[in-house]
Write a protein that binds this ligand. Structure first.
Ligand code: IPM
Ligand code: MG
Length: 368
């Protein structure tokens, strides 16, 4: 068997800094566990626009389609705000998601015990929290047609986006969520706005169909997405797996992320259909953005990106034990009180740098 292949796209802002720490983890596996990856690196986002005039080139797309997994840092920055919509850094990420058909976006929100006091919610509300949001990623209002800004012929303009979901799109993401629920607490909550949107009515009916026909052993509930947002901040531990559409998933996953104390902690996996080798099409990325305000200062928290690589080990390469090793090391480092700036209150204790945090995780892996 050839070594598994990885395409690394560090992107913009803090992307390159946090990805450098992931490279250390990859090298550690090579030297210590005889687990080696064929790594290629390329451009996405604003840096790709600077180099090629497009947020991702056709060559990079082709590479992404050919590897076992893609690892992405972050895209975007104020410098690119003036660009035409179609050239914005975010379009590079959306093209990857769409053309690789990565329909299931897994966003775990896990509260590490050492950080429970960091949440804006009370400790007992978040301590031990472990939920998984499955966000549909390749359809809905992000991609629906018609879309655009046109004249309304009355001297004004009209902006249009379209929420559109098909039976097949809903069923496949529902199956992904039910499968995950079976491996966890066996509970799935589906969120939409069936009270006001036809696409929400269809969503509820199709999720129910999949449940009745294929997963009746899993406990299924439905919630309107606004009530779901409220319940997420009221008592998040009532949830195990949540499945929802592209836009609601974008919002709910940011809210869930903040429950855990810091956006700098949260990884994600975007998965598609299995390839010929049985591995799913896959892209892994931290949930935090490019954080241009702290880029280049060696202050960013690399943990979300390191945990995204752990998700790659688990979901692409069937290396669950190695994933456990990385996740355990992160937990150990936090328990030792090692903190990047985002994980410190105002008390003014000494934060470690991005590189020091990466080194600490690697040291903890060595001791495990
Ligand atoms: C996310 C981000 C993206 C999205 C942006 C960067 C296009 O907010 O991954 O949640 O809206 O999907
Ligand atoms: Mg988002």
């Amino acid at each position: 068997m050839p070594n598994p292949s990885l395409l690394i796209l560090p992107g913009d802002g803090i992307g390159p800094e946090v990805m450098a720490e992931v490279r250390k983890v990859i090298d550690w596996f090579d030297s210590n566990k005889n687990v080696s990856f064929e790594v290629t690196e390329d451009l996405v986002g604003g840096c790709a626009y600077d180099a090629h005039g497009a947020p991702i080139s056709d060559e990079t797309m082709e590479l992404a389609q050919s590897v076992d997994a893609v690892l992405l840092g972050a895209v975007g920055g104020p410098k690119y705000d003036v660009l035409d919509f179609s050239l914005k850094p975010e379009r590079g990420l959306l093209r990857l998601r769409k053309e690789m058909d990565l329909f299931a976006n897994l966003r775990p929100a896990q509260c590490f015990d050492a950080l429970a006091d960091f949440s804006s919610l009370k400790r007992d509300v978040v301590a031990g929290l472990d939920i998984m949001i499955v966000r549909e990623l390749t359809s809905g209002i992000y991609f629906g047609e018609p879309r655009g800004i046109t004249d309304d012929n009355e001297g004004g303009r009209v902006g249009v986006n379209t929420q559109r979901y098909t039976t097949a799109e809903i069923r496949r993401v529902a199956r992904a969520a039910f499968d995950l629920a079976r491996k966890r607490g066996n509970k799935l909550c589906s969120m939409e706005k069936a009270n006001v949107m036809e696409s929400g009515v269809l969503w509820r009916e199709e999720v129910t169909w999949v449940h009745e026909n294929e997963y009746s052993d899993v406990e299924l509930t439905h919630m309107y997405a606004d009530a779901g947002a409220m319940q997420l901040v009221r008592w998040p531990k009532q949830f195990d797996v949540i499945v929802t559409d592209n836009l609601f998933g974008d919002l709910l996953s940011d809210a869930a992320a903040m429950l855990t104390g810091s956006l700098g902690m949260l990884p994600s996996a975007s998965l598609g259909a299995p390839m010929d080798n049985g591995r799913p099409k896959a892209l892994y990325e931290p949930v935090h953005g490019s954080a241009p305000d702290i880029a280049g200062q060696d202050r960013a928290n690399p943990i979300a990106c390191i945990l995204s690589f752990a998700m790659a080990l688990r979901y692409s390469f069937d290396m669950g034990q190695h994933a456990d090793l990385v996740e355990g090391a992160v937990e150990a480092v936090l328990a030792q009180g090692i903190r990047t700036a985002d994980l410190l209150g105002d008390e003014g204790s000494d934060p470690v740098s991005t590189a020091e945090m990466g080194d600490a995780v690697i040291a903890a892996m060595g001791e495990a």
